[in-house]
Design a binder for this molecule. Structure first.
Ligand code: HEM
Length: 226
């Protein structure tokens, strides 16, 4: 069944059954593709950064989480380093690389002799990718994949320097669900396996633009921890 994004304002009778179905399918699609993309990047980046996997595993050990441990919300809350890894994967490889906004009023951007007049009705593209790598907003080199930045110099980064879920009142409605599910999946994976680099020829990363931005070349070995 084709999925159509509903933009029509609900009539006085509310949403029709078809519109309701469209909304539900959109939710499933927007939640599935994005999470799958994040996990591809996580797999790729972990294969290139064994030291980060080691630190995640150390954190699990420190909190008494072994292969037999069933995860609870309280346990997950304690895993601060895993949160840093999630943020850094989102920063370094934005799944969704931009969003659009249509101006409802005239506005001005910039300062000094570089002021741009924006007009009502114009569409502005906000590039997450540019913000995530903008040297003005990051103390530690933004080109470096380094989850520890969120525990040190970049702990208090500008709130709009990292917006993988967009911002304002049209920000992603599923972001808390997404962060929770990704934290559970990552923690569970790291209880059991280690990703190893499949070699520069076939695990060379790159970017492939589809509905989301995925790694172009991803090939890893999966090592089962004893
Ligand atoms: C890794 C996971 C996800 C990422 C990176 C992501 C990213 C985004 C982004 C960038 C936007 C546009 C925000 C803006 O323009 O300011 C968005 C909107 C949206 N997302 Fe997500 N999303 C994720 C997961 C989910 C999940 C799990 C759901 C549903 C359960 C969901 C439902 C939606 C919906 C309904 C919108 C449109 C909100 C609106 O226009 O008011 N997303 N998402």
């Amino acid at each position: 069944m084709p999925v159509r994004c509903v933009t029509k304002i609900a009539s006085a009778h509310g949403l029709s059954r078809k519109e309701m179905l469209d909304e539900l399918l959109f939710m499933i699609l927007s939640g599935f593709e994005t999470a799958a993309t994040f996990l591809s990047w996580f797999t790729y980046l972990m294969s290139k950064h064994p030291e980060v996997q080691k630190k995640i595993k150390q954190e699990l050990k420190q909190h008494g989480i072994s292969q037999d441990t069933m995860l609870t919300p309280d346990m997950l809350d304690q895993l601060v380093y895993v949160d840093c890894v999630i943020k850094e994967v989102f920063r370094f490889s934005p799944n969704v690389n931009a969003t659009l906004r249509t101006l409802v009023a005239d506005d001005y951007l910039g300062k000094g002799d570089k002021i741009y007049h924006l007009h009502r009705g114009e569409v502005v593209l906000i590039s997450f990718y540019n913000l995530h790598f903008d040297r003005r907003y990051w103390i530690i080199d933004p080109e470096r994949f380094y989850p520890d930045r969120f525990l040190s110099e970049d702990k208090n980064h500008h709130p709009y320097a990292l917006i993988p879920f967009g911002g304002g009142h049209r920000a992603c409605i599923g972001q808390d669900l997404a962060k929770l599910e990704l934290k559970i999946i990552i923690t569970r994976l790291m209880q059991f396996i280690t990703f190893e680099d499949g070699g520069e020829d076939i695990n060379s990363g790159g970017h492939k633009q589809g509905l989301t931005v995925t790694p172009k070349n991803l090939a890893v070995y999966v090592q089962f921890d004893s």
